[in-house]
Ligand binder design. Sequence first.
Ligand code: GTP
Length: 293
Amino acid sequence: MSLMFGKVKTCNSPAAAAAAPDRSPADCNLVLLGVMGCGKSALTVRFLTKRFISEYDPYLEDIYSTEEIVDQQPVTVRVMDTCDQPWASAFLVVYSIDNMDSFKGCQLYLQTLALHNKTFRPQTPIILLGNKLDMDRYRLVSQCDAEALASRFGCLFFEVSALLDFLSVQHVFYEAVRRARRGGTRGHLVPAVYISEDKALPSFTHHAVLQGAAGPRHRQAGHCEDFQSSEQTESCHAHPAERLQDLLTATDPPPPPPLTLSKTHEIELYSEHEQPHSLQSVCSLDDFLHITT
Ligand SMILES: Nc1nc2c(ncn2[C@@H]2O[C@H](COP(=O)(O)OP(=O)(O)OP(=O)(O)O)[C@@H](O)[C@H]2O)c(=O)[nH]1
């Protein structure tokens, strides 16, 4: 699979221009992890475009870049929606508050990331993010449990609704940028780790699979009923902690894969009540989003 990068759009905002007249923005790579359907694409698109779009093609992955001003400092934020990039400035581990399996999936991600953070300094910030707050009446994951999990892994915790609330979503992404800055993780390379989020589901998927950056993205669900039992499987489906440990024992992190730029389009995105938001990407938004309406 070729990797595609969104080209950084020209910074149109006067505030951005005033804040950084003569220096290029820092980069911040945010990676969203979470099981299928927890709302990673919705959060990504909400942050990038201020809009909520209800349906996406789940097989499309992409990386988008946008220039933002966070605490008066310009930053180029690259958002990677469950991609297999080998580096991240911060991770957003997402679940849906009305889906307990998605929350259990987060535990596995956090365990895996915690192992990674033990080995490498500076630590890569992690945010546990409960999505679909608008579904509160169907809530299955309590705030209390989520706070406890976040505290266990030393990460921040937020609940948002990609459907209802742009500002809260923006706040979380900005907070990730702040944490990445504080942690000094700018430009920090981490080993190539690919997490197949579908297989990370403890209850209705097979196994969490960590692979090199070029690894495929598996979609088919397996039949493992018990997360613990995945430890006893063959090596290609080993427990993620074991696979990660293998990766971490390598002295040199693998180099990033070559970047392949495809067509570039300037996309002008309008929401009903907002100013136009300009975003340049490697593909048209319609390629990325499967808009059914
Ligand atoms: N009610 C509600 N629905 C949401 C919210 N965010 C996402 N959804 C819906 O949840 C479904 C899955 O959202 P996606 O953004 O595609 O989830 P994903 O995690 O990217 O899924 P994959 O791409 O398959 O991994 C879609 O039908 C969205 O419309 C939210 O905040 N509230």
